[in-house]
Ligand binder design. Structure first.
Ligand SMILES: C[S@@+](CC[C@H](N)C(=O)[O-])C[C@H]1O[C@@H](n2cnc3c(N)ncnc32)[C@H](O)[C@@H]1O
Length: 300
């Protein structure tokens, strides 16, 4: 059985995308059949089992016999769940530095669905407890917390530009992404209708253009290695911009935040997913938005 854990507030989105749902417990969706591609799951429990038990000690024993380290997803019976968790080895916090190596040991996930039944999966799709990626944040330099989305993508998924590459950052103000890209050693063309934070604007290798991103023609910029966008706009408008750049042939690597206003635009989301080599995920640091990346090679 495969179980998918929705991020806080995005259970409806997860339910809308999954097939063969057999039960829902809190934000955990249980399914029959093989693993499914999921944009919205924060954590996928790939060998989930339903385990009945009588006592707290028996529950802890059942978990220990299946794996060493466990993360608890608690949505009900919190005290009893915590008593069980307290009998398990305590995992060290997995707090990452930017671009640091990923943790090595897998961590399982479990939840209590009633007083005498738990669901446990010794394997999940993430090395982070319940898929929650935590960083030692830089609380002084970046002017917004948006930089954490790129930190997550670059560190956890290995999707990142190289030193010396030319990148465009659309919708860059106040400058969190531009700062990350500049720190990676890229030459950054940073574009927004609003100005960059002054200390970011002063950094070397940043060229700022104060203009409407949708009026910037690819031919004006020329060939670039990466297209980044965190523009607040309708998904369909962002898709047009990506398609315009793709058909120009001037760029082949794209990283964009698809932001939803009001409801989730599933239709445009599907169009993004259908683009060649595109991968779409709700990153841990995404809000009501998802991140799409499209790589030059078929490497995802
Ligand atoms: C979420 S903020 C970007 C945050 C930024 N990535 C950071 O790390 O600090 C979205 C930005 O999109 C910009 N924006 C919205 N529509 C735009 C447009 N048509 N052209 C350029 N920028 C636009 C807004 O001015 C805003 O600064």
């Amino acid at each position: 059985m495969i179980a998918y854990l929705a991020p806080e507030k995005f259970l409806p989105e997860l339910q809308a995308e999954l097939k063969n749902i057999v039960a829902v417990h809190g934000n955990l969706v249980l399914t029959d059949g093989p693993i499914q591609t999921s944009v919205w799951a924060q954590n996928i429990w790939t060998n989930a089992e339903i385990i009945p038990f009588e006592s707290v000690t028996q529950a802890a024993k059942a978990l220990k016999s299946r794996g060493l380290l466990w993360a608890l997803y608690s949505f009900d019976n919190h005290r009893r769940a915590q008593l069980i968790q307290d009998q398990l080895p305590k995992p060290r916090p997995r707090v990452m530095d930017f671009l640091s190596p990923l943790p090595k040991d897998p961590i399982g996930a479990w939840t209590l669905i009633d007083k005498n039944t738990l669901i446990a999966s010794s394997e999940t799709n993430s090395l982070f407890p319940l898929g929650a990626v935590a960083f030692n944040e830089d609380k002084t330099t970046p002017p917004s917390r948006a930089y954490l989305k790129l930190w997550e993508l670059f560190t956890v998924y290995g999707v990142r530009p190289e030193k010396g590459q030319k990148v465009v950052d659309f919708g860059s103000c106040p400058g969190g992404w531009t700062w990350v890209l500049q720190q990676m050693g890229c030459d950054v063309i940073s574009i927004d209708r609003a100005p960059l934070d002054e200390k970011i604007a002063r950094l070397p290798r940043i060229q700022f253009m104060k203009t409407n991103a949708f009026n910037v023609k690819p031919s004006t910029i020329g060939a670039i290695d990466w297209f980044f966008s965190d523009i607040i706009c309708y998904p369909a408008k962002l898709l047009e911009l990506v398609l315009e750049w793709q058909s120009s042939g001037l760029c082949q690597n794209f990283v964009c935040t698809i932001k939803f206003q009001g409801g989730t635009d599933f239709e445009t989301l599907k169009k993004f997913q259908a683009l060649e080599n595109a991968q779409v995920l709700h990153l841990h640091h995404n809000k009501h938005e998802v991140t799409v990346w499209i790589r030059k090679s078929s490497k995802k």
